[in-house]
Design a protein around this ligand. Structure first.
Ligand code: IVH
Length: 694
């Protein structure tokens, strides 16, 4: 994950919107589902704001699944049961300055029609840096607990939350609604976090990066006895679904919580006006280090619940609450070394190893440099004294260099053009910031990932050989490259390996596996291409390529010839609809890499790769016709339209010429439509096209 995030290049709004969505989905997943954030909240917010602005300017681009319309992770992969929240679990808008707070209060006054400068009472609470949870009590009894998830649907962590000692299994006292959902934050104190990490170290287990990650890891345990062994804490700070109202203000809610036996944060304070709000902020900012747990700011909530109700929410956050974030914490240190790490997807990420320094209570010895351009832009060199910043729980970053302290002998950092792990070419596409290793199939940093892709459902799909098995076989060095899968049986027969006696295998499953592998020794070309896991080459592209080149030999040798961009092979590659310069470059560099040539040659020893066969219908009005799509289609995606056209025997091209038979013009078709008319090519609108193709 690198500065693919940075809007460095001017692109069309449509492309940028889709790029931003992809990035935000990715980071949501990292943050909410995997508890492994890769970027700071501030960077995330910047991306989200950019998307919001683009969508505001182009309302046609808004879709229901856009990250601006949803909160949190889209696809939580886990074995926990799903729980739909009765009331959405919202997120909070951010404020960073006194002006932002003044603005927040003024907007509230305007919304409620209150006179300017009138008092708006708020409750100020520390914003705990943990995980939010929703606990449902029915008739005072704890019946269910869930994580926030995507805000609409979370995971069932009932058994886990029941193990937290401070959370009552039965509420005490009076006025408890029949149904009341309690929302609050699960967290670990600094002391418990340190003890847990000591224990992890003693058992040779990986350390947690910070208390939040440790709390998340402790909570998302299918075995609740592990959760029970971790000293998690909880502060209740809001209600979810409530069967009958029991309070008129937020402060009263908190008082009831206390009376019912729920833990609340002792520092919460009612503030009458902005002055008191800011005084509270200053106080807490000073006391932050002594609280004993991580907070990343303060939450202000309008005290009157009838006002909260009237204020309502806007997209993801309530109008009646805001998070006043603390500034990121900074320190100065020295860069000792710059190393380049290779991620599981082959992206090369530079990392600065720095003289260990304490930033916001955490010892930092590494900082991400994001990518090549970032190093050049900031001109960060080994030996430099740098400013390091840590915001919340994310990986620290270097914000700048103290040039006054630069050594006379220092030289700019030279980014490697080959993979530091496997030595393959590391290439970078125009317009992209990431440099990627092209040796995915043999690169130690990526092989397991690639092998898992190779055997995945839409690739080789070998029964009995799932991600888990591949991982195990890879760890035991029984499978290192894809071809090794197909030599397992021979090696077994030769007595070189002993599969049946591996843990959890046995004679029968070994024989079954061999049979399943043998079944896949014959494979259609498109599946084969897809299985190779070439950057950007998904199923659709693999099919397109198979169709265009027909055989594996034709395809691979054309790619090798296309290395010369003056060649006809290169032009032909680019003329394929759906293949742009970047994708062409990924294909070409893949084919140029000797390691990959070897992998393919090895696989060919064991496989029959079926040439592409036409399955298109004969004798339709479109048989043999050339169609060009332009503009935005309303009833189907471009990919669907293309698939339908090809089914009907048409060829789809990306450029218009006199040979084009039909141009299908969607909305905002632009210049292609004009050109078609000039050339006298038939132009169809979407309805006309649908009629023709069906
Ligand atoms: S109130 C409608 N109060 O901050 C408001 N949230 O960015 C719902 N958080 O997901 C949240 N301490 O995990 C609230 N005292 C507090 C909080 C708090 C921490 C977290 C919570 C929430 C996130 C919102």
């Amino acid at each position: 994950m690198t500065a693919e995030e940075l809007p460095l290049f001017a692109t069309s709004p449509v492309a940028r919107v889709s790029e931003l969505r992809r990035l935000l989905h990715h980071h949501n997943q990292k943050y909410y589902a995997e508890d492994a954030p890769e970027m700071s909240d501030a960077d995330y917010d910047a991306l989200l704001r950019e998307l919001q602005a683009l969508e505001a300017a182009n309302p046609a681009l808004v879709t229901p699944d856009s990250p601006t319309q949803t909160v949190g992770a889209q696809s939580i992969v886990s074995d926990f049961a799903k729980v739909r929240h009765g009331i959405q679990m919202l997120s909070l808008g951010n404020a960073f300055s006194a002006e932002d707070i003044a603005d927040f209060l003024q907007k509230i006054r305007r919304f409620l029609n209150l006179p300017d400068a009138s008092a708006v009472e708020v409750v100020a609470e520390p914003k705990i840096d943990g995980l939010s949870a929703n606990i449902r009590y029915e008739k005072g009894v704890f019946v269910q607990a869930a994580t926030r998830g995507d805000g609409t649907e979370g995971e069932d962590i009932t058994a886990n939350l029941r193990t937290i000692k401070s959370i009552p299994h039965r509420l005490q006292g009076k006025n408890i609604p029949d149904i009341v959902e309690i929302r609050g934050e699960v967290f670990l104190s600094h002391a418990d976090f340190a003890a847990l990490n000591q224990q992890q170290a003693a058992q040779n287990k990986p350390l947690f990066a910070n208390p939040r990650n440790a709390a998340a890891g402790s909570l998302r345990q299918l075995d609740a006895s592990i959760t029970a062994s971790r000293p998690l804490q909880f502060f209740a700070y809001a209600t979810g679904l409530v069967s009958n109202p029991f309070a008129a203000t937020h402060a009263e809610i908190l008082t009831c919580f206390q009376a019912w036996g729920l833990p609340t944060n002792p520092r919460y304070t009612v503030c009458a006006n902005q002055q008191e709000i800011l005084a509270f902020y200053e106080r807490l900012f000073t006391d932050r280090a002594t609280l004993g747990y991580d907070i990343d700011g303060i939450v202000y909530k309008v005290n009157r619940l009838d006002w909260q109700e009237r204020l309502g929410t806007v997209s993801r956050s309530p109008r009646w609450a805001i998070a006043h974030k603390f500034p990121a914490q900074q320190a100065k240190t020295i860069v000792r070394e710059i190393i380049v790490q290779v991620g599981r997807t082959g992206v090369l990420t530079p990392v600065a190893l720095v003289e260990p320094v304490t930033v916001g209570g955490v010892v930092v010895s590494k900082a991400t440099l994001h990518n090549e351009d970032e190093i050049i832009r900031k001109d960060i060199r080994v030996g430099d004294t740098v400013f390091l910043e840590r915001a919340g729980d994310v990986i620290p970053k270097i914000t700048g260099v103290d040039l006054a302290q630069r050594l006379a002998t220092s030289t700019p950092f030279v980014f490697p053009e080959s993979c530091p792990v496997c030595g393959s070419i590391a290439s970078r596409n125009a317009g992209e910031v990431a440099r990627r290793c092209t040796g995915g199939l043999i690169c130690g940093a990526q092989t397991v990932q690639r092998l898992k892709h190779f055997i995945s459902r839409h690739a080789f799909d070998i029964e009995g050989l799932g991600a888990k098995e591949v991982e195990g076989l890879w760890q035991d060095k029984l499978i290192q490259t894809p071809a090794d899968i197909f030599t397992l049986e021979a090696r077994q027969q030769a007595g070189v390996i002993d599969l049946p006696h591996r843990k959890g295998w046995g004679e029968l499953s070994t024989q079954n596996l061999f049979a399943a592998i043998n079944e896949r020794r014959t494979i259609p070309l498109n599946r084969f291409i897809y299985a190779l896991g070439i950057a950007q080459v998904g199923e659709a592209t693999a099919k397109t390529l198979a169709k265009h080149y027909g055989t594996v030999e034709a395809w691979f040798s054309a790619l090798q010839t296309a290395f010369d961009t003056a060649s006809e092979a290169y032009q032909q590659l680019l003329s394929i609809d759906g293949i742009g310069v970047n994708m062409a470059n990924d294909l070409i560099t893949f084919a140029a890499e000797p390691h990959n040539q070897q992998v393919i040659a090895d696989l060919q020893q064991h496989l029959t790769i079926l040439p592409h066969t036409e399955t298109a219908l004969n004798n339709t009005p479109l048989t043999g016709k050339t169609v060009v799509f332009t503009g935005t289609l309303q009833t189907m995606t471009r990919a669907e339209a293309k698939a339908k056209a090809e089914q009907a025997g048409a060829k789809v091209s990306s450029s218009i010429s006199a040979q084009t038979d039909y141009v299908v013009a969607g909305e905002a078709a632009g210049s292609k439509e004009k050109k078609a008319k000039e050339l006298g090519v038939t132009v169809l609108d979407e309805a006309g096209w649908t009629a023709l193709v069906s």
